[in-house]
Design a protein around this ligand. Structure first.
Ligand code: ATP
Ligand code: LTN
Length: 336
């Protein structure tokens, strides 16, 4: 006889995404695909991490538009706001409040080791702000407020997850049990999708060269064109190998979308040239993303419906967040 898992027995999941640009195929294969597939089995909370986005300069009207479009895209990808909590981070003030308490329990030295800070401060030397430095503490607060067991992210976030775990363990040991120590949930294929123009760098929505990334909402023609232009090598043999980072990246993308193993892909394209392979990858990705774009175009038209959904989402998120926050306040010694 089948056993039904009741909601209280379900493991908890939390993840966030920044509205810092057009969401890419990297975001999709590294994180969002898992968000969608985890909804039935887990008790999920997802957020648009808008507070994180202002660690780099944002034009206010563009930021506002991107927050809407990111929320709408999550709905278009199939995140169900009835089954899950789907909210916008800045609408739940406990995130910044807990982040302060955690900051005072985090050492300058451990923050200084974060590679994303080093990368982003090198990229924006004119704006190395304190928020960019302490951003992993805000990320720890995002996570710990909801006591998740699992955090689905791409491989680049592993270091930040480790810090969140360290902060939780240290706090619990010092003040008494408040937080659950979470595990990262990283996909086997697609955890690190690389730039189509420089396969030594991760595909990033903030890359200045639009040919380096594929946006989830790119048109079919643009997707196929970007794959056709992808940087490869001169061997003209579809083979997965560290010496062939461009082709290996395309194999990873094709595998993650079709569910085929790298060996199956190599066999499928045995004897064929790069032109055929690049076209097949482009068409397969475009086919997978086409229904998302269609749903997105419908959802984004109805701002009122979106507003209702994100406000309800924030109310639901606040219930859990405020309970954890008050518990942490009491443990630290604040009066309530
Ligand atoms: P930016 O590129 O602007 O630094 P980002 O895309 O890395 O931003 P987020 O939007 O917050 O930052 O990332 C959301 C999720 O997508 C994270 O879980 C991250 O690990 C994942 N992700 C981002 N880029 C990739 C990639 N190239 N491959 C796999 N996963 C990725
Ligand atoms: N830092 C992440 C986005 C992010 C996040 C989170 C991910 C913010 N808060 C909480 C998982 C859990 C990034 O830049 N990719």
């Amino acid at each position: 006889m089948c056993q039904q898992i009741s909601d209280t027995q379900k493991k908890k999941v939390l993840s966030c995404i920044q509205p810092s640009g057009m969401l890419t195929l990297g975001n999709y294969l590294g994180a969002l695909k898992n968000w969608v597939s985890m909804q039935d089995e887990f008790d999920c909370t997802f957020a648009v991490a808008d507070l994180h986005a202002i660690t780099v300069r944002q034009e206010p009207s563009e930021l506002r538009a991107r927050i809407y479009s990111t929320y709408a895209l999550l709905l278009a990808l199939g995140i169900d706001p009835e089954k899950n909590i789907l909210f916008i981070q800045s609408q739940v003030p406990e995130h910044t409040a807990l982040s302060w308490i955690l900051s005072c329990n985090t050492q300058f030295g451990e923050m200084s080791r974060m590679t994303q800070f080093k990368d982003k401060s090198a990229k924006h030397p004119e704006n190395i702000n304190v928020g960019l430095f302490s951003y992993p503490v805000l990320m720890a607060a995002d996570i710990l407020l909801y006591k998740p067991d699992l955090v689905p992210v791409g491989a680049d976030q592993k270091q930040h997850l480790e810090i969140a775990r360290d902060i939780a363990i240290r706090f619990n040991n010092k003040y008494g049990e408040v937080f659950t120590v979470p595990e990262a949930y990283i996909p086997k294929t697609g955890a690190r999708v690389m730039s189509l123009q420089d396969p030594s760098k991760k595909m990033s929505k903030s890359d200045d060269n639009p040919n380096a990334w594929v946006a989830i909402l790119d048109s079919r023609d643009d997707i196929i064109r970007k794959f056709k232009r992808a940087v490869t090598d001169s061997e003209a043999c579809v083979r997965f190998s560290p010496e062939k980072p461009g082709i290996s990246n395309l194999i990873t993308i094709y595998s993650a979308v079709t569910g085929k193993s790298a060996e199956q892909v190599e066999r499928e394209f045995d004897g064929k040239g790069y032109g055929d392979f690049k076209l097949a990858v482009g068409e397969t990705v475009a086919d997978a993303l086409a229904p998302v774009k269609q749903r997105y175009d419908e959802i984004i038209k109805d701002k009122k419906a979106l507003e209702t959904l994100y406000r309800e989402g924030a109310q639901k998120a606040s219930k859990t967040a405020s309970k954890t926050y008050f518990k942490a306040m009491k443990k630290v010694g604040f009066v309530i």
